[in-house]
Design a binder for this molecule. Structure first.
Ligand SMILES: Nc1nc2c(c(=O)[nH]1)N[C@H]1C(S)=C(S)[C@@H](COP(=O)(O)OP(=O)(O)OC[C@H]3O[C@@H](n4cnc5c(=O)[nH]c(N)nc54)[C@H](O)[C@@H]3O)O[C@H]1N2
Ligand SMILES: Nc1nc2c(c(=O)[nH]1)N[C@H]1C(S)=C(S)[C@@H](COP(=O)(O)OP(=O)(O)OC[C@H]3O[C@@H](n4cnc5c(=O)[nH]c(N)nc54)[C@H](O)[C@@H]3O)O[C@H]1N2
Ligand code: SF4
Ligand SMILES: [Mo]
Length: 722
């Protein structure tokens, strides 16, 4: 029997609405469903790849595995695995307390909604502070900025209102990562940029590589990596010099303007231009456009958040955005006031909290939680540093942390010290290979989900509920079911709550008690129904309209700040003053001729889909892309294998010419290749750039972010293997 069913993709934040064809419990076709989605009909190659994966591509796991003493994996049944894991966690909790148990929330966990909520429910129920996620090895510079500068409660402007978008090290046309970090729309990003241009908006792209998004830009600036702080300090300098910042906004919502003026005084456009190897005119022009725009939005992506001085880069980018009032303003139309979780929107500043300075701290560093999480780069030390409360058990949920962390010489031995490592995944990735248990999980079209991750991000109010469209194969487990079942075996009752970033799970009052009888698991539909409690669209309407629902809402507008609101954005606190002074005094590192920068590929999602046929056809290697002039200068030819060496490690890579990559830069995607290289062997399936990064040197203050972009490297030709 053939039928079609509506659902949505869960690979990335775009949550594209899809219509799949189902033939005898197997998905045989997929098309984008533009009938209701606010993005219209759109999907990328990973939408197709997710169908293949459901059908068994990339050696999808359909049973769980347990690793034996000899390192080999043997199948284990669900019930047995849960009993053993539950017993071990119960013992650790009793003997060493809650801190002995940690979770790592990987990229695959963000859109497994019930799984993510029950993961938080478990951590809250046992009261462990050890919640780690990819965010602190990604763009937590944004969280640090929020903590040091404060936030505008109204949030960033809708892209539909923006007349100037500035994208710094962000490539939404490939990554679909945009709002709220940067201007754009996640679904059909190219369409949103084209529409913005058609209505007269301008775009500036600042990126060492002329990226795929740059084709929509009116101005493309290609600096050396790692100089965004200097560039944006110079832009702030110009805005203050010329008086082109938004005086009214700053008077009402910002403080420390004088300190900022003083701190950025030495950051002349000449200095920034010299350091970043761009022209003074480019900086002046960008500043002129930013100062003149009526509705600017200056945002950034992974590039500046991974490069040298990532926290300062992000802070200075946000300072420029604040100087020109790049937020939703009172009276603005609220295109998306939230559907599942409707929220009023008020134009007011919330002063910085510096959450990491108080409350429970890491064991190995004097740092507390950032947005409720500990820095992931500290995870290896939190495992290995001796002490009663060291981490002994880790649940890796939808992640590949040993690859994501980089520095395998430090990360791998730490993971090997764990008494219990459980991976929840459907791919036997490098972290699974180190795990005691690999729990094969169901895939998106086999489980229940709700568009909570998109609720505040869709450009217009919209919600979608996905019920399973095909049964799960083999003996697999739903992500949520794992957390609930393990908790049940620990006799720890879980409470499902509607959680969002910024909330403390334990402190949320309303919840659904789930019970601890292993023989009566909660009903996923009932859980989704609970999560729709506050929704503008009742659960039944979502269930009956699987293509999603756009609620009919009276036009809503951003409200003015309440009387007496006194919050302020602190533009230039003392630590920023000190970091700017240190940056000013910095000398260039002349030992390295190149810098390796991060990039993402349309066909992959970090380490997922790297083995999909479509990916391998196009990327048998994760090419090391270089400027042709650099290649000529080095005598390197297209397709040549070279050695790329940083202070911390070396890899070999296959060079490709890409004229859009600026000189002095090697642009390469991450998480290819294998974790462990046999001596003298040529990497299979590409190169693992994490070999070049370090979990000891170059870590940022506060979030301990490693340097994943702008890594200083040298390139050497390899002796021919004859
Ligand atoms: N197709 C696909 N989509 C993805 C992912 C994927 O793997 N594949 N991964 C997802 C994840 S985990 C994330 S975090 C997001 C990230 O999404 P984005 O932030 O858009 O990340 P990238 O696509 O890597 O783009 C980063 C850009 O920064 C530039 N850059 C590097 N260093 C610097 C620098 O020092 N300064 C400046 N100004 N630019 C710099 C790079 O050249 C690159 O073009 O994408 C998500 N979406
Ligand atoms: N050198 C270098 N290092 C980097 C980066 C870089 O640019 N350069 N980027 C950093 C960034 S931004 C990130 S986000 C991290 C990524 O680090 P991770 O998130 O740890 O790595 P991923 O490869 O994304 O792992 C995701 C896993 O989730 C699984 N998965 C997918 N969907 C589901 C699901 O629904 N349920 C379950 N249980 N599993 C699922 C996939 O099969 C995959 O194995 O790496 C960081 N590390
Ligand atoms: S952009 Fe691609 S990966 Fe992201 S949700 Fe849409 S189809 Fe899936
Ligand atoms: Mo990420």
């Amino acid at each position: 029997m053939t039928h079609t069913a509506k659902t949505f993709c869960r690979n990335c934040g775009a949550l594209c609405a899809l219509e799949v064809t189902v033939d005898d419990d197997r998905i045989t076709g997929v098309v984008a469903d533009g009938s209701t989605s606010p993005y219209g009909g759109y999907m990328c190659p990973k939408g197709l790849a997710s169908i293949d994966f459901h059908n068994g591509a990339e050696q999808r796991l359909t049973q769980h595995y347990k690793r034996g003493e000899d390192g080999s994996f043997a199948p284990i049944a669900t019930r047995q695995a849960l009993d053993e894991i539950g017993a071990k966690l119960r013992d650790l909790l009793a003997q060493y307390g809650p801190r002995s148990i940690a979770v790592y929330h990987g990229t695959g966990a963000y859109r497994s909604v019930l799984g993510g909520l029950l993961e938080r429910a478990l951590v809250a129920a046992i009261d462990s502070p050890n919640f780690f996620s990819t965010m602190t090895i990604d763009q937590s510079a944004k969280w640090v900025t929020m903590g040091r500068l404060g936030v505008m409660a109204s949030g960033k402007p809708s892209f539909r209102d923006v007349d100037l978008g500035v994208l710094v090290g962000n490539n939404p046309v490939v990554s679909h990562q945009t709002f709220p970090f940067g201007p754009g729309e996640s679904g059909a990003p190219g369409r949103a940029f084209a529409a913005a241009r058609a209505r007269g908006a301008k775009l500036i792209v600042i990126d060492p590589r002329r990226n795929e998004t740059a084709r929509f830009a009116d101005l493309v600036i290609q600096p050396k990596p790692g100089h965004d702080a200097a560039i944006f300090a110079a832009i702030a300098h110009i805005l203050l010099r010329d008086g082109t910042y938004n005086h009214d906004f700053c008077d009402r919502f910002a403080s420390q303007l004088d300190a900022l003026r003083e701190a950025v005084a030495p950051f002349t456009p000449e200095l920034a231009a010299r350091r970043a190897d761009i022209t003074v005119e480019e900086i002046e022009l960008a500043a002129q456009w930013i100062g003149a725009a009526k509705r600017p939005f200056v945002g950034s992506g992974a590039g500046p958040s991974m490069s040298a001085h990532s926290n300062l880069n992000d802070h200075m980018i946000e300072v420029v955005n604040a100087l020109v009032g790049g937020y939703k303003r009172a009276g603005d139309r609220l295109y998306n006031p939230g559907t599942l979780n409707p929220k009023p929107c008020v134009e007011m500043a919330v002063s910085p909290t510096r959450s990491w300075e108080s409350g429970v701290k890491c064991r190995t560093a004097d740092v507390g939680k950032i947005f409720g999480e500990f820095p992931t780069a500290l995870l290896p030390r939190e495992i290995t540093e001796p002490g009663e409360e060291r981490i002994r058990a880790l649940i890796s949920f939808g992640g590949n942390p040993v690859m994501g962390l980089g520095d395998p010489a430090r990360a791998v031995p730490a993971f090997e010290e764990l008494e219990l490592l459980v991976s929840l995944d459907a791919r036997m990735n490098e972290t699974c290979e180190l795990s005691h248990y690999v729990m094969a999980t169901s895939q998106p079209y086999e489980r229940h989900d709700l568009s909570i991750p998109g609720d505040a991000l869709y450009p217009e109010a919209f919600a979608q509920y996905a019920a399973p469209v095909v049964p799960a194969p083999g003996d697999v487990i739903h992500d949520w079911e794992f957390f609930w079942a393990v908790a049940a075996r620990m006799s720890v009752p879980l409470t499902l709550k509607y959680w969002n970033y910024g909330l403390d799970y334990a402190a949320i009052k309303e919840g659904m008690e789930l019970g601890t009888d292993p023989d009566s698991p909660p009903d996923p539909e009932a859980m989704i129904r609970f999560l729709c409690q506050k929704s503008r669209v009742p659960f039944e309407a979502l269930r009956d309209n699987p293509g999603g629902v756009r609620p009919e809402i009276e036009p809503q507008f951003v409200q003015s700040a309440p009387e007496g609101a006194s919050g302020r954005l602190e533009l230039c606190p003392p630590d920023i003053v000190a970091e700017l002074a240190a940056l000013l005094a910095e000398e260039p590192d002349s030992r390295f001729a190149y810098q390796l920068t991060c990039r993402r590929l349309l066909e992959t999602m970090n380490s997922a889909y790297r083995d999909a046929d479509r990916t391998r056809d196009k990327y048998p290697e994760n090419w090391a892309s270089m400027n042709p002039e650099d290649m000529a200068a080095e005598g390197i030819v297209e397709g040549e294998r070279v050695t790329i060496a940083s202070e911390d490690g070396s890899i070999s890579g296959v060079v490709r010419a890409e004229s859009g990559v600026r000189r002095g830069v090697v642009s390469m995607s991450h998480m290819f290749g294998g974790l462990v290289r046999e001596a003298g062997s040529i990497e299979r399936r590409g190169s693992f750039t994490g070999e070049l990064t370090s979990l000891e040197t170059w870590l940022e203050p506060i979030n301990f972010m490693p340097r994943f972009s702008g890594i200083p490297v040298n390139i050497a030709k390899q002796e021919s293997a004859t």
